[in-house]
Design a protein around this ligand. Sequence first.
Ligand code: KG4
Length: 363
Amino acid sequence: MGAYFRNDGTRIGNPVTLKEDTLKEDIYILGIESSCDDTSAAVLRNGELLSNVTASQQVHFDYGGVVPELASRAHQQNVVPVVDQAIKRAGISSQQLSAIAFTRGPGLMGSLLVGVSFAKGLALSLGIPLIDVNHLQGHVMAHFIREPEMESTPPPYPFLCLLVSGGNSQIVKVNAYNDMEILGQTIDDAAGEAIDKCSKVMGLGYPGGPIIDRLARKGNPHAYKFAEPHIAGLDYSFSGLKTSFLYSMQKWTANEPDFIEKHKEDIAASLEWTIVDILMKKLNKAVVQTKIKHVAVAGGVSANNGLRNAFHEYAEKYGWTIYIPKFSYTTDNAAMIGIVGYYKYLDHEWCDIDKAAFAKTVI
Ligand code: KG4
């Protein structure tokens, strides 16, 4: 096992055959993302986005978090219609696809297996190469997604990227699309996970991030103080903040049962301010250490208004050039998988058919 072959016996992934075949033609990449609870498919032509279709799963709402078994079942239901829609909206036929890029990991294993197996089956049936993409690399590279008739200025290499999602909080030095260094990362919970757990303590819905964001807009960020960690270097920690938040809520509601309901806007604003402050102080430390002033943000938490505002403030104060993604590219999407797939296609970086999904990794 290892390589795989077309019907005529030529190896899929043979650089010479592909180069001659394809350099004159447009390159169409189908991206597939299924690492957590969003089933997404996108089509790109020569690195430009033609379609991006995402089916989000509402089934987890009542459970206050993603239920892995339910997520993989929903992916099974969604993957065919989502891919079909993405190809139709791109205005092409599946026969025109040059390659299929898919999220290989990290993520929930059951969810990944649906996308990985589907991508393999479709690539084999169409006789085109497979390209594996790291989900985290995809988030960082969301800054390079180009849309027709839209001005976009991607960050120049090297740049720093604050990658903040439900599962990760990292400061990444990006030297090239395929050369990334993690300068610092959380030693326990991710920022998004901390926001979601604190929101659960407050009795708010799931996911907590957007709800906290909305409430925080109307609250006083300095109404309450929560513990900030003291971790050496460029690493993060959010578990202490989570505990401090829980104990504060328990103490305040013991005396006044409806304390959270009465003060939820100030609580949300203070929590958000603390998390943003922790993230930005370390990021600034990384800028000072590396002397790299092109600074990007990526991942689900980069949708947060408080964090976006802080980026603008730091840019003004410290002379950073900042890169903030469109809201639609902050959370999980296949466009970011497709753009990495496009760069890997240009470098003839194929994935053999026997490569398995992986649940955990670093970039
Ligand atoms: O990147 P993502 O969609 O999924 C992965 O974890 O890979 O990130 C999801 C996280 C959740 O924790 C969610 O609460 C958070 O991003 N999030 C936000 C906002 N929108 C999503 N956090 C703060 N403010 C938001 N507006």
